[in-house]
Design a protein around this ligand. Structure first.
Ligand SMILES: *Cc1c(COP(=O)(O)O)cnc(C)c1O
Length: 239
């Protein structure tokens, strides 16, 4: 094994242990939580090593970086998740490789992704990114629809060709009533998820939890945790 592969294997084992412990503590089955490894800023070679180590879900947050990386890794048995804020003019590119987009937060993006998916002949799972730093009104600082806009956006997704409503996603807020309270934030997301599933039973993904707060997310019911630095190490530069 190369040094890098050994390092990634050791990090993966630590993250796996954290997820398993969190599942045990929450009385959940380990297989109910999917590890999505966020590979942003790290090279395609790392993605290849991760695939060799058994990782099956990877995520990226910028199309400029993700598109060539996904192309270089097209031979690998990977599911690609897009988790960054997405401009409508990147929808066509993202639709070529993303199986899931976690950052759907406005009607214009639904329209753009829908026509892109249709042209590419693909069907993309869309998660509604919820901004918990405000309960209503416009999107939060880091993107996201306010909780009271989720139902309407899900209805738009239902009507959109090439897309399906797959669930909800959030990033623990840095401001507002949930700042510094990831467990409370993820519990709130769980309520929003439960309400959404009443009308959209297929929308059962709850994407929450990063390297610093995966335990809180699993406790609150996350089905997908998005882990970057705990697997790949610190990112070069602040992202
Ligand atoms: C970078 C990123 C992550 C992973 O963050 P870490 O703290 O490195 O685990 C998760 N979600 C999103 C949306 C990200 O941009």
């Amino acid at each position: 094994m190369t040094d890098r592969k050994a390092e990634l294997a050791a990090n993966l084992a630590r993250v796996e242990e954290r997820i398993t412990r969190a599942c045990v503590a929450a009385g959940r089955a380990r297989e109910d939580v999917t590890l999505v490894v966020v590979t942003k800023t790290h090279p395609a070679d790392d993605v290849r090593l991760l695939a060799e180590l058994g990782v099956r879900h990877v995520a990226e947050n910028r199309d400029q970086e993700a598109a060539p990386k996904a192309a270089a890794c097209a031979d690998l048995p990977l599911t690609w998740h897009f988790v960054g804020q997405l401009q409508t003019n990147k929808a066509r590119s993202v639709a070529r490789y993303a199986d899931f987009v976690h950052s759907v937060d406005r009607p214009r993006l639904v329209t753009a992704l829908s026509s892109a998916a249709e042209r590419e002949g693909r069907r993309i799972g869309c998660l509604l990114q919820v901004a918990l730093d405000r309960e209503s009104g416009a999107a939060g600082q880091r993107g996201g629809v306010a909780p009271d806009g989720v139902g309407e956006l899900a209805a738009e997704l239902d009507a959109a060709v090439g897309l399906w409503a797959a669930g909800v996603m959030t990033v623990a807020p840095l401001s507002g009533p949930y700042a510094g309270r990831p467990r409370a934030a993820f519990d709130r997301l769980r309520e929003i998820s439960t309400r959404l599933r009443a009308d959209h039973p297929a929308a059962n993904m709850m994407s929450a939890g990063m390297s610093a707060d995966l335990e809180e997310a699993v406790a609150a019911g996350a089905t997908h945790v998005r882990i970057g630095s705990a697997v790949l190490g610190e990112r070069p530069g602040l992202r």
